[in-house]
Design a protein around this ligand. Structure first.
Ligand SMILES: [Zn+2]
Length: 231
């Protein structure tokens, strides 16, 4: 084999296999949500000074639970917010420690970041953190970090509906997200837990929760995520 072919195969394995795996996870999640008519709320990047409590207050108001994928560097001085979520029965999963992009860092940096996140989260919740759902930053894993998670039997948490709350292309109003979830017959909704300068965006996150809760019916509504949701 020529060096070019070898290089191509290595790159395909390093980026392509985990990319395809994440796509498969997303497609499987979409089918399951549609089949069971469930809506799962997920919040990445927390905890935060203000939004964590606003989100939890809103979840309390609607009597629903959610999954939080915590960026553990943000925990310092906000431990109580993690415990509040954990004690109300929410999933408190890991989103890494430093929000490392596994494609744009050294091959081993993703694994190091996952391990650091697990250790920090364990200090707070006491969970066996290898077995709590993990959501990679930017939804990206490389081959090493994928194999690492599979060997640990760590559930990898995909999402099916991106609320775009971190994007300039954010929808005009939260109703568009609720409509999309309705069209897809359910879904795992990606939202973010951090304090923006623009209060409109913070309100957008809360409005998405309110609308999805308001649209819920006994047959199809916001569901309580469990570890099995992401397995
Ligand atoms: Zn993130």
């Amino acid at each position: 084999m020529t060096p070019l072919i070898v290089t191509s195969l290595v790159l395909l394995a390093y980026y392509g296999v985990p990319f395809a795996y994440m796509r498969w996870l997303r497609s499987r999640a979409r089918s399951r949500c549609r089949r069971d008519g469930v809506v799962i709320l997920t919040f990445d990047d927390g905890p935060s000074d203000t939004m964590s409590d606003r989100i939890l207050d809103c979840l309390d108001k609607h009597k629903v639970t959610a999954a939080h994928f915590v960026t553990t560097r943000n925990i310092k001085n906000r431990e109580a917010k993690i415990l509040r979520a954990f004690n109300r029965g929410d999933i408190v999963g890991c989103h890494g420690d430093q929000h490392v992009h596994h494609w744009k860092s050294a091959p081993w940096a993703g694994i190091r970041d996952i391990r650091a996140g697990w250790a920090r989260l364990h200090e707070i919740t006491g969970q066996k953190t290898t077995l709590v759902p993990f959501r990679p930053a930017y939804g990206k894993l490389n081959l090493l970090s994928l194999v690492f998670l599979l060997l640990h039997r760590t559930p990898i948490a995909a999402w099916t509906v991106d609320s775009m709350d971190t994007s300039a292309q954010r929808p005009e109003n939260a109703q568009q997200i609720a409509d999309r979830v309705g069209r897809e017959g359910g879904g795992i909704v990606l939202l973010h837990d951090y304090d923006r300068q623009d209060e409109k965006v913070n309100n957008f996150v809360i409005e998405v929760i309110d609308l999805l809760a308001a649209n819920s019916t006994p047959e199809a509504g916001i569901s309580s995520p469990t570890t099995a949701t992401f397995q």
